[in-house]
Design a protein around this ligand. Structure first.
Ligand code: OGA
Ligand code: MN
Length: 375
């Protein structure tokens, strides 16, 4: 285990004020001190934030989202370019996205960490395979679904070279594209093109080390990040580690946007925390009899199915699904890769990050082939 060393050099001759904060929230051997953490749901440390008003979107409404005028959105003082939208989803409607993240998005042609861990040639449905694993408890660390830590869609991020390639591209789901285009337009970015997503699956001991996301060629487009399930502490820093980060508690449904001055800043997820069960019931409820995926009325966005019809999900053991969600946080992290009108990565020089003094584009504390670590 790393030693807790305060005020280390951030690598650029300046004091590292990020790592001490990261370690403070990550370490499990001391009582967690939440006194400086901004919590938009519990209204704690709201003097560090200001209300902002987002614009109505010109894009077709996305079912499952509240009208923009009802959203509660905030900026964080001293961190321009960061927009926080407190759960803009209608009651129960996060269920749709969680189902997509667990039941659909990780399956082929997406890439997942499982491709590196197990023989996936005969596994076409990760959830169904997991719930059928003989004798295995769905939440035991050996179950297939618990080993799923990330899945990528669209341009599949190559973790080793920290880059995207034209030859490594899979289908990007149209429902997620529409959701993101709609939300991006409310901050004035009209034509966001969702070209890559990393879906991160964290369990209770998971975290993600300090890093910046600079591998995309277009840094003018916003980065959209959605949280579902259990809570997370999120550290938002500056262009260098010399900026002391601010800590936010993210709850199910919350949306973070990193844009403009904030697009290339250091950030991290030092800790996953159990969510309030009462609040979660209003976000989704997998113990309910109703299967929200089966009717047009309750499906929030255009579903990505070939015949245009929404098919009822067959054979899902919702009690197991609910158990999985009890120990999981899901993060959909969506980015545009190419500048507007661009069609190929190869047409552009590799991205540069002005404040980086080394070649590390996605730097993590203990790289686990995925940016996440689990104890
Ligand atoms: C990422 C990331 C943050 C989160 O995937 O690059 O920063 O909230 N995720 O999980
Ligand atoms: Mn990131």
């Amino acid at each position: 285990m790393d030693l807790y060393v305060d005020n280390q050099d951030g690598g650029d001759g300046q004091q590292d004020l990020f790592k001490p904060e990261y370690k403070k929230y990550k370490r499990k051997d001391m009582k967690l001190d939440l006194k400086d953490v901004i919590d938009f749901t519990k209204h704690v440390n709201m003097d560090k934030v200001e209300d902002i008003c987002l614009q109505e979107s010109q894009h077709p409404a996305v079912r499952g989202l509240k009208p923009v005028k009802e959203w509660k959105s905030y900026a964080i003082k001293g961190f321009p370019g960061f927009v926080f939208i407190k759960n803009p989803f209608d009651e129960g409607q996060q269920r749709y996205w969680i189902e997509r993240c667990v039941l659909d998005y990780p399956n082929k042609p997406s890439k997942t960490i499982l491709d590196n861990l197990v023989d996936m040639s005969n596994i076409n449905d990760i959830w169904l395979t997991s719930q059928g694993e003989s004798g295995a408890n769905i939440t035991s660390k050996d179950s297939l679904i618990m080993k799923l830590r990330w899945s990528t869609m669209g341009y599949n991020y190559e973790w080793n070279s920290r880059a995207y390639y034209d030859a490594m591209k899979s289908h990007f789901p149209s429902d997620l594209h529409e959701l993101c285009r709609y939300i991006a337009s409310t901050i004035g970015y009209q034509n966001f093109s969702a070209e890559t997503a990393i879906v991160n699956y964290y369990h209770m001991s998971g975290d993600m080390g300090p890093h910046k996301d600079i591998s995309e060629i277009d840094h003018d487009a916003p980065l959209l990040s959605f949280s579902f399930g259990q809570d997370a502490l999120f550290l938002l820093g500056g262009l260098t580690k010399a900026t002391k980060p601010v800590c936010l508690c993210l709850h199910s449904g919350d949306v973070c946007i990193m844009y403009g001055d904030c697009r290339l800043v250091y950030h991290a997820v030092p800790r996953i925390l159990p969510a309030d069960q009462e609040i979660l019931k209003h976000c989704y409820n997998f113990n309910e009899e109703t299967d929200c995926s089966d009717t047009q009325e309750t499906v929030p966005a255009a579903p990505d199915v070939s015949n245009g019809l929404v098919t009822r999900r067959q054979g899902i053991k919702w009690d197991l699904f609910s158990q999985y969600l009890q120990c999981t946080r899901i993060n959909m992290n969506v980015r545009q890769v190419l500048p507007p009108g661009g069609t190929h990565i190869a047409d552009f020089p590799p991205p540069v990050c002005p404040s980086m003094n080394d070649s590390k584009q996605r730097e993590t504390s203990e790289q686990n082939n995925c940016g996440q670590t689990q104890d």
